[in-house]
Design a binder for this molecule. Structure first.
Ligand code: VGL
Ligand code: ZN
Length: 208
C-alpha cells in the first residue's frame, strides 16, 4: 500500500529581521519581543514533525517602495505597480545587516526561506504573492508539496506583512491561525494592528 503522508502544519515566521526590530530602519516597537515566541513555537513544530518556514523582506537598494526612490516623504501614500503604496524608509536592502534575521532567531529550526519584495517595481507584503497578486514567491506551492493543510503565522508587522500573509494563506485554502502574542504592529495610526486582526477574524482566520 502506498504510504500516506501525514497532513502537516506549517509555522510561518514573517520578516523577523533586524530592520523591523528596535534600532532598525523600520523598527516596530518591541519587535524583538517576538523572537522568543518564534523560537518556542518553531521548536514545538519541528518536534511534532511539522515544518517551519520564514519569509524575508529583501529589497534592491533602489526599491520603489522607498520614499527615497519615489522622491516623497516617509509615510506618504501613492501608487506602485498599479496598487496603493505606503512609502517607507530604506529597509531590508539585500545584503545589508538590516535584512538579516534577528540574531537570536534559531535558524536551524527553519526548513525553508522565502524572499519577497525583490522586484523594485512592486512591493510584497504577503509571503505568498506580490501586492498585485501576479507573482508567487513559491510558498503556496511548497506548502502543498509538503502536504500542509494548516498554517500558524507570527512575525512583523501585524498591520502589513502578517495581515497580508494571513489573508493569502486563508484564500489559498489553508486553515489559518495568527498567534497575536507573536506579532507586533507598525501602528502608523494607533490601533492599526488591532484593526488588522479584527479584519482577519472577519474572513475566518483564527486569532489566538
Ligand atoms: C513590512 C513595510 C514594508 C513588513 C515590509 O514586514 O510588515 N512593512 N516592508
Ligand atoms: Zn519592505
Amino acid at each position: 500500500m502506498a504510504q500516506k503522508v501525514k497532513p502537516r502544519k506549517a509555522l510561518i515566521l514573517v520578516d523577523i529581521q533586524n530592520d523591523f526590530c528596535p534600532g532598525g530602519a523600520l523598527a516596530v516597537d518591541c519587535g524583538d519581543e517576538i523572537v522568543a515566541v518564534a523560537n518556542r513555537l518553531a521548536y514545538q513544530f519541528v518536534g511534532s514533525g511539522d515544518i517551519v518556514v520564514a519569509t524575508r523582506d529583501q529589497h534592491p537598494a533602489n526599491h520603489g517602495s522607498f520614499a527615497s526612490s519615489a522622491g516623497v516623504k516617509v509615510g506618504d501614500i501613492g501608487q506602485l505597480g498599479g496598487v496603493s503604496q505606503v512609502f517607507w524608509p530604506d529597509h531590508c536592502v539585500e545584503g545589508s545587516p538590516g535584512a538579516g534575521f534577528h540574531p537570536d532567531l534559531r535558524l536551524e529550526l527553519i526548513d525553508q526561506e522565502f524572499a519577497k519584495g525583490t522586484d523594485k517595481a512592486i512591493d510584497s507584503y504577503s509571503g505568498f504573492y506580490d501586492n498585485d497578486h501576479q507573482t508567487s514567491t513559491g510558498l503556496a506551492e511548497y506548502l502543498r508539496e509538503q502536504d500542509v493543510k494548516a498554517v500558524t503565522i507570527i512575525g512583523l508587522a501585524t498591520d502589513y506583512c502578517v495581515a497580508a500573509t494571513a489573508r493569502d494563506a486563508q484564500a489559498e485554502g489553508f486553515d489559518t491561525t495568527v498567534v497575536a502574542e507573536g506579532c507586533r504592529a507598525v501602528d502608523i495610526n494607533p490601533g492599526d494592528g488591532e484593526r488588522a486582526l479584527a479584519e482577519l477574524r472577519k474572513i475566518g482566520v483564527k486569532v489566538v
